[in-house]
Design a protein around this ligand. Structure first.
Ligand code: SF4
Length: 345
């Protein structure tokens, strides 16, 4: 349970989330994936982004960059690195424009299953400005392979781990960080503890590798019920043990740090899907209330403001869970009134 925010904190988060001086862009280059993890909620509907949508995206960034002070780019999928060259090219393009206009742009982030993350591709992406790679592990090989499977049903642990070791050993000049998301459910806690010990032996001396223990959630996938999920309180002892093994500088807690306000709740953040449709939440791609507009060919955004701002209802309720993840409790579309009332409070 997250602690309630004071009205000062709420207002500070609202200003940061609504200011026009920042623009947050998440891009999904494809919704396809070479994996079929047993808890995945994705529907794998859309194919790769077309050249026309990339052209429009570039125009969007050209329009936006002169008007902001900070710009963030996150990739999403499917498996984004099925399109690793596009990911590198577009990130590099944004970075060059940010430099031109003196805009602060932190390294881009990408979640990846790491199947295709060879050390050469990692080096290319790091040189292009992709800095954070989020890679999920579900336990030691036999346990991981039960849930993180290829489309064929084959397990994936061995190749992912080999790629991680190669990433550690390769001579890569540009900075990067690999965030190892250690998913927890009722039946893999012991295995994750042992895996964490192995990871500490293999990567503990390399500050580019950090761990992020986290409970698996239910975002509606068709087979997530085959797993016994944990509540946050139930997983706390294992999370604490893994955090204490790696120490404070080598663990991240995205929920507590950057995600006090989820990107879906931020009015100044948008997701562009491969077909140019706009969304707020990456976990609700099939929901009509998450289909909030479209990217036009000239790089402008046509947004249904009521629909989009309904994802920011946590600023009205002030409930920290509604800000951290509006997915579960979000009510139907709400009017804009509350945004104005907070802004003027
Ligand atoms: S790798 Fe990610 S997108 Fe692909 S099936 Fe697994 S959870 Fe879903």
């Amino acid at each position: 349970m997250r602690e309630a925010l004071s009205s000062t904190e709420l207002k500070r988060h609202f200003i940061a989330s609504a200011t026009r001086a920042h623009f947050g862009l998440t891009v999904s280059p494809t919704e396809q994936c070479n994996f079929r993890c047993t808890y995945c909620y994705e529907e794998f509907v859309l194919e790769r982004m077309s050249a026309a949508v990339y052209d429009a995206l570039r125009l969007l960034v050209e329009r936006t960059m002169p008007t902001v002070r900070t710009f963030s780019l996150a990739w999403f999928g499917g498996e984004p690195l099925l399109e690793w060259q596009r990911v590198g090219e577009f990130t590099d393009y944004c970075r060059a424009l940010a430099l031109t206009y003196g805009v602060h742009m932190p390294p881009a982030t990408v979640p990846t299953n790491a199947w295709n993350l060879t050390s050469e591709r990692l080096a290319y992406l790091a040189a292009s400005g992709v800095g954070d790679f989020m890679i999920s592990l579900d336990g030691e090989a036999a346990v991981h392979n039960q849930t993180r499977r290829l489309l064929s049903g084959r397990g994936s642990f061995e190749r992912i781990y080999r790629n991680l070791l190669e990433a550690r050993d390769a001579l890569i000049d540009d900075p990067f960080r690999i965030i190892l998301r250690l998913h927890l459910h009722q039946e893999n806690q012991d295995s994750q503890r042992r895996l964490a010990e192995q990871l500490f032996i293999d990567f503990g001396h390399d500050p580019r590798f950090v761990v992020h223990p986290i409970t698996l959630g239910d975002f509606g996938g068709p087979t997530v019920h085959t797993l016994k999920l944990l509540s946050g309180a139930q997983s706390a002892p294992v999370e604490a043990a893994i955090r204490s093994l790696f120490g404070p500088g080598r663990t991240v807690d995205l929920e507590q740090d950057e995600h006090t306000v989820c990107y879906a709740a931020k009015p100044n953040h948008i997701l562009v899907r491969p077909n140019g449709r706009l969304a707020k939440c990456t976990s609700a791609l099939g929901r009509d209330d998450n289909d909030v507009g479209r990217l036009e060919a000239d790089g402008t955004l046509t947004i249904d403001a009521d629909k989009a701002l309904a994802w920011s209802f946590g600023f009205q309720t002030g409930h920290p869970d509604h800000l951290a993840c509006p997915y579960h409790d979000k009510p139907a579309v709400q009017p804009l009134r509350f945004m104005r009332s907070i802004a003027s409070a």
